[in-house]
Design a protein around this ligand. Sequence first.
Ligand SMILES: Cc1cc2nc3c(=O)[nH]c(=O)nc-3n(C[C@H](O)[C@H](O)[C@H](O)COP(=O)(O)OP(=O)(O)OC[C@H]3O[C@@H](n4cnc5c(N)ncnc54)[C@H](O)[C@@H]3O)c2cc1C
Length: 435
Amino acid sequence: MSGMKSDVLVIGGGTAACAAAEAVLQAGKQVTMVFPNGGSSEVSAGSVDILGVVPGEEPRICGDYREGIRALLERYPDHVYGKCGGELDTGVQALVSLAEAGGYRLKGFDGKNVWIPNMLGTFSVNALVPEMLAGGALVPGEEKKVLVIGVKGNAAFNAEAAAMSYQQYQKKLGGKADYFSAEIRLTGWGDRRKVSDGELADYLDTREGAQELISAVRTFCGNGKYHFDTILFPPVLGYVKYQELLAEIKAACGCDAAEVQALGNSVVGYRFTRALYRALETRGAVLLRGAKAESISPAENGIDAVCTIGLTDQLHPGEKMTIHASSAVLATGGFVGGGIKARRTEVWIELLEEKLGGITTEVLDRNALSRSGQDFMRMGAEVKDDLSVKNETYNGRLFACGDVLAGHNSASERSGAGIAAASAYLAGKNAAANI
Ligand SMILES: Cc1cc2nc3c(=O)[nH]c(=O)nc-3n(C[C@H](O)[C@H](O)[C@H](O)COP(=O)(O)OP(=O)(O)OC[C@H]3O[C@@H](n4cnc5c(N)ncnc54)[C@H](O)[C@@H]3O)c2cc1C
């Protein structure tokens, strides 16, 4: 079995892992990341939610996420933000700068949450959004004409239904826009009747695709005869050249333009995670992609991880390697990312070999969309105040962050990337200080 060494090993490749690796680099230490894929970060909408809702019988929607965090901690004193909220600004800033260095620009709104139209035809509450979405943010009281574009064959987004729904839904939020819709026809995939988001994004990355889209939209607008203030598109404007295409659309149509928010369509999460990876590699992090930690164990002066590398390598598939690190960060995600496993009623954290008990009626609400959020989603790794795992086996050298942590429910709180950034920054900083 081959081997390698690193100051800090980060296990995972999602938002938390990237923020932890950045904190280690900022502390001047070497970092190696090992992961099979981008986990839930790779299918996320690529926004940074900090806190959108305080769940409860009467859920409270937060205009101001800092006030929201104070209310959340009153209701849930053991919440993860109680341990890592002090690193919220630093962690989010580190994540935002990293994404930007990789070419993915995020925009905040003076510390407030905003409402962003999504693919479902409703509005999502976010703290920071990719620049691609910013132009669609709802501004209460603003009267404007918004055109929602759909692409024939792309069944994931029904522009007509979405526009009708935005028109109604915005009223709850003080919106006064008029939404119109149009379905344009593109020809890049020949006679096929259906096209996926990924195929569309690939096509729009080509010069031919970009020009065909712009020309179809301009034709619909009567080449400038019918004016809209904003044009909304499905979140498929390319995997790579999306920012250039949006700028071109704005110039060609003489108005603002934006994508609507994705709901797990792969294109946006891919842009986000690949930008983070690019920036980390430029800064000197070692990324073992297509790899997996199979087990971790305490070792002299650190931690050993047995990993399988080359999971996607056809020549050397599944080779084993031991990585020795002075300390490690567990950023393996929750139920979606793969860090927390469930079979029948049993739930456990795989790499810690730690059982979290069962999913019983006490943690399961019959109402799947319970306003308080499903309690089983709060299951996860227990950590001390410095985010080292409580499990004493690892002598304080193993830290945990992000969705694998116990004590939060990012789905019902709309807090995913905020918690990932804050907890990972603290975990990475403490892991680096431990060397
Ligand atoms: C559809 C969807 C949309 C979302 N949209 C948003 C949004 O717009 N904004 C927001 O803030 N939050 C969003 N969230 C929530 C957010 O994605 C998560 O809270 C956040 O990504 C968690 O980051 P993480 O790094 O802890 O976990 P993950 O992103 O899940 O990453 C876990 C990582 O660990 C790796 N891993 C697992 N097991 C192993 C192992 N044994 N060895 C090595 N690596 C391993 C995985 O491959 C992955 O790289 C969304 C979630 C979903 C499901």
